[in-house]
Write a protein that binds this ligand. Sequence first.
Ligand SMILES: Cc1cc2nc3c(=O)[nH]c(=O)nc-3n(C[C@H](O)[C@H](O)[C@H](O)COP(=O)(O)OP(=O)(O)OC[C@H]3O[C@@H](n4cnc5c(N)ncnc54)[C@H](O)[C@@H]3O)c2cc1C
Length: 434
Amino acid sequence: MREVVVVGSGISGLSVAYRLKQKGHDVVVYEKDDEIGGTIKTKQEEGYLYELGPQTLFADEEVLKFIEELGLKPIKASENAKYRYIYKKGKLIPLPLSPAQFLTTPLLSFTSKIKILKELFSKPVEEDISIAEFVRKRFGEEVLNYLVAPFLSGVYAGDPEKLSLKYATPRLYEIQRKHGSLLKALLKEKRVAPKGQLISFEGGLSELINTLAKELEVHTESVVLRMRKFEDHFKLDVRGKKVETKSVVVASPAYTSSYLLKEISFSASEIFEKIDYPPVVVVNVGVKGKIPEGFGFLVPRVEGKRILGAMFMSKLFPGRAPEGKELLSVFLGGATDREVIELPDEEIVNTVEKELKEILNIESIDFVRIHRWKRAIPQYNVGYEEYLNLVRDMEKDYPGLFLTGNWIYGVSMGDCIRASKSVAQNVEGFLASC
Ligand SMILES: Cc1cc2nc3c(=O)[nH]c(=O)nc-3n(C[C@H](O)[C@H](O)[C@H](O)COP(=O)(O)OP(=O)(O)OC[C@H]3O[C@@H](n4cnc5c(N)ncnc54)[C@H](O)[C@@H]3O)c2cc1C
């Protein structure tokens, strides 16, 4: 009998498996696809090195330590990554980086700036409300449309009317609970933004995945089809074989985890199935022409364009595009434009080319690769507490069962890596008690 089976070879599954292996445990990872990494997929073609899923990893001290332990050398994004742009009325406007820039930015009207100052007198919010409701009340529609909504489409490809202040932006929720006003927090605390570095690797983000997998027993094309719990062990049907194990770490997305939990708790399975994962289309484009120094730009929905934004990947990291060309990663879709996933390639390329030419000073497109994520990112919408409580109940009621992934511990790669520490500790605690 195995000690630990991990279902899924995304960053969540691999980092838990790695930590357990380091402690001397017997661990095997089963992955349904023919390649490892889940949403992390780096490709190299025609002199371009591009990402199909996540583009950068925001690493705090804990994540950097984990990377260092693996012997990996991260590459820091260019200093210019601090320049981020919002598209407004035909122009890219830099996000203000200082109070002086804030006062003069054309991004917001005088009325919105006054409203922001008035926020100083706001009272904390305790309940689970949508980010749109919170922002609209405090700062008004313009701040919602031109600052907050684009930020949320950059992280969640989400809908601010549905995303929960408490669960999608827990840091913001806690800050306003502590200080009442966000502006007051900004003036009072030396640091409001999280501390860390934006990184990748020479070979892209897959380098992290490949390094983890090198240390592990990972079987690809090994979908876990069925999971049953017996008194002191689990029986898994993995493509072509049966596996018995003392514990299981289910590190697949909510919609597959829900399927796997059917025979353990049908009701829990039905609840997890409800978690929304809107589609996202990522278009990597190689272009000729001059693009600004910086991270990239976001397009507010009210500007009437189809693309959500683009990242200037060849400006962020070296070696991403051939000499004289630039690499952009463009995003479409999300919770407010689900139909985009159905569009034919030609229509997607035409839209991207037309809108990029309207927004940037590019001459021509030299390279295009489209990737469709049918179910991209879990939406931490209002009411998400129900799912998180259920995860805890399931782990308590079925000893040896552990659930993890970006739908429980936060959507960033950093969140998944940080979570792996406590998940691995819980598994170890369970194994010690067997
Ligand atoms: C387009 C896009 C852009 C993003 N950009 C960023 C970014 O810039 N920075 C950032 O930090 N994060 C970003 N993210 C989020 C981040 O990539 C993910 O949250 C994270 O990689 C999720 O890892 P995971 O291991 O939890 O899940 P996944 O990566 O989804 O891995 C789950 C794995 O389980 C496997 N699996 C499913 N069912 C079974 C089964 N029955 N049997 C066996 N295996 C199974 C799947 O095939 C998959 O490999 C982005 C995500 C997307 C989609």
